[in-house]
Design a protein around this ligand. Structure first.
Ligand SMILES: Cc1ncc(COP(=O)(O)O)c(C=O)c1O
Length: 407
């Protein structure tokens, strides 16, 4: 179980979900801004996604060999993502990043990896160093069970600090297999890339022959139809996907330059496989979700709704005298309890997590479910209408006042 789900000592147990609402086992209903940590951009139990899964399940749940839906989804990803020429389906974001790193090491014949503090890439061993999300929430620098030897080749650097990356590349460049980055960091709260940061990583990789891996498990199909690589105009060599691509069912994928992807077995020599990969139910849910996102005006509408919500939240915080900094992009954002700015991991740590905890509980009491940790994102989707946003802003007025009073 992901640590971030725990909600302190009294976890929610969900019995049902519909649109932007979840209902717990006690019958309480909440407006949901976690969206299963991002995948449910179309909303819970979207009728068309449900119909697609229902139709598919009558023809079997897993074949263990390719099916048409898998090819259709792969084609869609290649069409949407500027830097993806070939794609391999897996079952989770963790599998996607794990496989991409193996591939990068296999292709370059090098061992070292550069990652950034506060970025989370799943729970496999070599990326658990100074990770974000639940690891960060629990304050773990590393993880028992991960041998030192395994993370010996993982170099953690500060997000948005290009000169730190340049210094390491200057010294160790010929040993570096890959730089892996969340192009928008969304596991230490939301932190946007500074202008030039992603371009700088691209240039440094080109300079030393390392591969640039964008972990777009969160940003893929969210910050733009073609992900962060489209939004920021930077082409990674490999891209990792998850969450939205499965429309709420378990999926991940990795893809990128054809010459690199052709090294994956069975065409190439870098082994990777999965019993349930390309699962038809997940493919059907993902395809339908991408189809819904492809309708005219969806991305501008989501962005306008998030803007509306965060403007309301900022006003409510200001009126209550609680200093906050809101970082946002497209349909995801995060309110830090600090005057800010918040542009890197160190600055995220200035946020008053006790105040966030009070805010979270007060919002929950008012029927609004936010991420239980400061170091996660708020997601909105197609099912969040102005009515729900207005209700949330009103709830926040009370919750910010409670934060002020309890400090
Ligand atoms: C950016 C990023 N990469 C990878 C992962 C791991 O994905 P999964 O939980 O599907 O294994 C996550 C999960 O939150 C993520 O946010």
């Amino acid at each position: 179980m992901r640590c971030a789900r725990a909600v302190g000592s009294s976890p929610l147990f969900i019995a049902a979900a519909d649109g932007c609402r979840i209902q717990d086992e006690d019958g309480n209903i909440y407006i949901d801004y976690v969206s299963s940590w991002g995948p449910l951009i179309a909303g819970h139990a979207h009728p068309e996604v449900v119909a697609a899964v229902r139709d598919t399940v009558t023809r079997g749940t897993s074949y263990g060999i390719p099916c048409r839906l898998e090819i259709e989804l792969a084609r869609k990803v290649v069409e949407l993502m500027p830097a993806v020429e070939m794609v391999r389906m897996v079952n989770s974001g963790t599998e996607a990043t794990m496989s991409a790193i193996r591939l990068a090491r296999g292709c370059t014949g090098r061992k070292k990896l550069i990652k950034f503090s506060g970025c989370y890439h799943g729970h496999h061993d070599c990326l658990l160093a100074q990770a974000g999300s639940g690891v960060l929430t629990l304050g773990l620098p590393g993880c028992p069970g991960v041998p030192e030897e395994v993370v010996r080749h993982t170099i953690c650097l500060p997000y948005n600090d290009l000169s730190a990356v340049a210094a390491v590349i200057g010294e160790l460049g010929p040993e570096v297999a890959a730089i892996i980055v969340e192009p928008v960091a969304a596991n230490m709260g939301v932190v946007l890339p500074e202008p030039g940061f992603l371009e700088g990583l691209r240039n440094l990789c080109d300079h030393c022959g390392a591969l640039l891996i964008f972990d777009e498990v969160i940003t893929g199909f969210r910050v733009a139809p073609g992900g962060a690589q489209q939004r920021f105009g930077v082409r990674p060599d490999l891209t990792c996907l998850g969450k939205i691509i499965g429309g709420g069912l378990p999926v991940g994928a990795y893809g990128g330059r054809r010459d690199i992807m052709e090294r994956v077995a069975p065409v190439g020599d870098v082994y990777q496989a999965g019993t349930l990969s390309g699962n038809p139910l997940a493919m059907a849910a993902g395809l339908k979700t991408l189809e819904l996102l492809g309708q005219d005006g969806v991305y501008p509408l989501l962005a306008a709704n998030l803007e509306y919500l965060t403007r309301g939240l900022a006003e409510a915080a200001r009126d209550a005298g609680v200093p906050t900094t809101i970082n946002q992009i497209a349909s995801m954002g995060c309110s830090f309890f600090t005057p800010g700015p918040v542009r890197n991991f160190a600055q995220t740590q200035q946020s008053d997590t006790r105040a966030y905890g009070i805010f979270f509980r007060e919002m929950l009491d008012r029927g609004v479910y936010l991420a239980p940790s400061q170091f996660e994102a708020l997601f909105i989707g197609l099912a969040h209408g102005r009515g729900e946003l207005d209700y949330t802003i009103e709830a926040a007025r009370g919750a910010f006042k409670a934060v002020r009073e309890q400090e």
